[in-house]
Design a protein around this ligand. Sequence first.
Ligand SMILES: Cc1cc2nc3c(=O)[nH]c(=O)nc-3n(C[C@H](O)[C@H](O)[C@H](O)COP(=O)(O)OP(=O)(O)OC[C@H]3O[C@@H](n4cnc5c(N)ncnc54)[C@H](O)[C@@H]3O)c2cc1C
Length: 359
Amino acid sequence: MNRTLVLVGGGHAHLFAVRVLLQEKTDFHIILISPSRYQYYSGMFSGFAEGLYGEKDIRIDLKDLCERANVTFIQDQVVSFNPSVKNAQCGRGQSVSFDAISFDIGSESEISSSFQDYVIPIRPNYLFTVHIENIKRSPMPVVVGAGAAGVELALSMLAWRKKHAEQKNVTLITSSELLRSFGFLTSKKIQRIASLKSLHVIEGEKVTDITSSHVYTDKQNSLEHTGVLWLTGAKSFDLFEEADMTTDDSGFLLVNDYLQSPDCPFVFGAGDCVSIKTNRSLPKNGVYAVRQAPVLWGNIKKYLNERGMEVFKPQNKYVAILSTGNKEALFTYGRFSVHSRLAWKLKHLIDGKFIRKFK
Ligand SMILES: Cc1cc2nc3c(=O)[nH]c(=O)nc-3n(C[C@H](O)[C@H](O)[C@H](O)COP(=O)(O)OP(=O)(O)OC[C@H]3O[C@@H](n4cnc5c(N)ncnc54)[C@H](O)[C@@H]3O)c2cc1C
């Protein structure tokens, strides 16, 4: 009987595997399980927020892709899995047995339970378009978190509001500085850009409470709002701890350099949901998920065919291009950054090329 491989989540690395299967024949029965028929591509979220792309431009039809690749698509969520009997349980009751399983399920937003009812999370990503459409039209939108995603979305919403003669009053709050992980110079550069574009920025203040009408910070600041988009740190799903898998301190699935669980060799993972044992501080972003994709897919096949595997070697620096609105972008590579229209054109080309691969 054919062996079964279950791919949990339609994230970047699993998209790559399914795309390879459009050309490659395999003896395995492959199942992809993801809660939505569509996988939304976060690289184009800022362009959608600004109104430069429509909903269909930024999403991949997983069901269609799977059908073409001879992969069984189950539109559901894996709610638990039991490595000792090699079985995964879906939210609607379906139980799926496997010989090997791979996770590329991303992460959740870390939101305090005391105010989670008053904020809009960015995840799950298939709800992004609905959420962003609502908040960008809201009279007093607030974005919390000034990493790449927060900065991009605050500036993109602002650009959309300027074009649509809405009030130019988007506020971005961060407990540190804008784009702190990109280094001092880039952080200063984005501060100047934000100021030139009239983004209201509150730096160095931690949000302590949110009610239906106000955001409160640890510096006794209170700010009226009509919608709060929450874009701070990534949190792991409980799935791995509940399955008694080895995880890092934050509950992300621990994997070795082969992107394989050290205690269950038939469990693999990539993207935001894993923590690499030898490189735990690797940033959680789409770039690394994409880089891991060919190694993950190659190693799963080698594992199932009982052949030697390849290690994942992350590069130290990577290119990140952040849209700043009005078809301008900040190109960054390590600590280097430059702001221009050309950077946006490059981003548009790269993102368009990425998404067309799956259409
Ligand atoms: C606004 C914004 C802009 C960004 N821009 C960039 C950028 O330009 N470049 C970049 O590198 N990174 C960017 N990021 C970060 C990037 O989105 C994530 O790091 C990346 O998506 C992680 O990819 P992934 O493959 O791990 O999982 P994801 O892309 O998050 O996909 C995971 C999939 O698994 C599904 N899933 C979740 N739980 C389950 C379950 N239990 N069972 C089955 N399926 C499940 C999800 O619904 C989803 O379809 C951005 C993030 C945001 C929010």
